[in-house]
Design a protein around this ligand. Sequence first.
Ligand code: ZN
Ligand code: ZN
Ligand code: ZN
Ligand code: ZN
Length: 346
Amino acid sequence: MSGTHRQGPPEDCASCRKLFTVLSEHHQASPDLRLTVAEIGTRCGSSRVTAQRHLSYLVKHKRVKADGRTPVRGATVAQGGEVPDDATPLQWAVNVIAPDPTCGKGLRVLAGQGWSGRIGPGEIAAAAGISVRTWERHRPHLVTARLVQFTPTTVLARDGRHRVRLADGYRLMSGVVVAAPAGDSYAADAAGDQAKALVDSIRWYCAPPAEMTRAYRLVASRLLAQWPAEELVRRAVFPEPDGYVGNPYGLLSTRLPGPAESYVIPAEAAVRGETSARPRCRSCDVLFAGGRVSPDGLCRECREELTLPLAPVARVDAPRCRECSHQVGPAQWLCDGCGADQRVPA
Ligand SMILES: [Zn+2]
Ligand SMILES: [Zn+2]
Ligand SMILES: [Zn+2]
Ligand SMILES: [Zn+2]
C-alpha cells in the first residue's frame, strides 16, 4: 500500500516535481541503470513508500512511462517561474520542452557543461550516447527552437596565415523572442546617443566620418529592435580582429544581428530575470511577472494545455520514428539514425 496522492496536477506537488527531476537527471546520466524505488526515495530525501506514491502519480498523469522510470519525452512538471534563480543549467534543461528526445539528450549534455562554453560534436555525441551523425541531424532542431546558439570559431594558426577551426562555441537560449515595439521619436533619439557611445567604444572600429555615421545608424536600428547594448558590444568586439581591418563597416555589419533577426533571451538571463527586455509567453504573449521566464518559455496556462509537445502536425498516415518523430518507412519503428543508435551488439 502506498496511500493515495492528493488530487491536482503533478505540477502542484513539490514531491512530484522533485522526483521528476531526479528521474530526468538519472535517465540522462545512465539510462540503462534502473534505480530502485528506495534509491529514488533517497535521492528525493523521502521514504520508499512516499517515493512510490508520487511515482505512481506521475505514471498515472503520463509524466513517466509505464515502466515507472522513463520520463515521458518532453513532459515537464515545472511551474511557470518555478525554477529557482540560482538554478543550474541542468535544472533548467530538464524542464525545457526539447523538440524531441534526442535533442533533449544533446541539450542536457551542453547544459552539463554550463550556460555557455565550447564543445565539439564528437564529445557531445559520446556524452549523449548517440552517434555524431545523429547529433549533426538534431543540432539544427535546437537552433530552430532557439534553445541553443552555436558560434563557429577559428583562430589564426602559428604560421600566421592559416586559420584553424576550433570546436563551436555554444550558448543556451530561452527560446523566448523579444519583439520590437512601435518606435517613437524619443526612443529614436535615445538610441542614437547610445549607438554613438557604443560605436566609439569599439576599439577596432576606425573609419572616415561618413562610415562612422553609417555605423551609428546601424547600431541605433538594432537598439530600437530591442537588442541590448551589452549583446551588441559582445558581438562587435569578440573575437578581436587580428591585424588590419580593411572594411570596418563591412565587418561590423556582419558581426551585428541582421535586420530580420530578433533578440532571443539567453537561458541564464531568462532564469535569473536579468534582462532589460520584457519577456512574454511564447505561445499566448502574456508578460512574465518580474521578467523571469519559465524554463520552457510558456506561461502556466499554456503549459497546461501543451503538457506534451506536439510533433509538427503532418499527414496523420505518415509513419514517424518513435524516438525522434522523423518520417519513416511503413514498416519501420525507428528512423535509420535512431535505429543505429539503439542497435545493441548481439
Ligand atoms: Zn506528488
Ligand atoms: Zn531533434
Ligand atoms: Zn501563455
Ligand atoms: Zn529517429
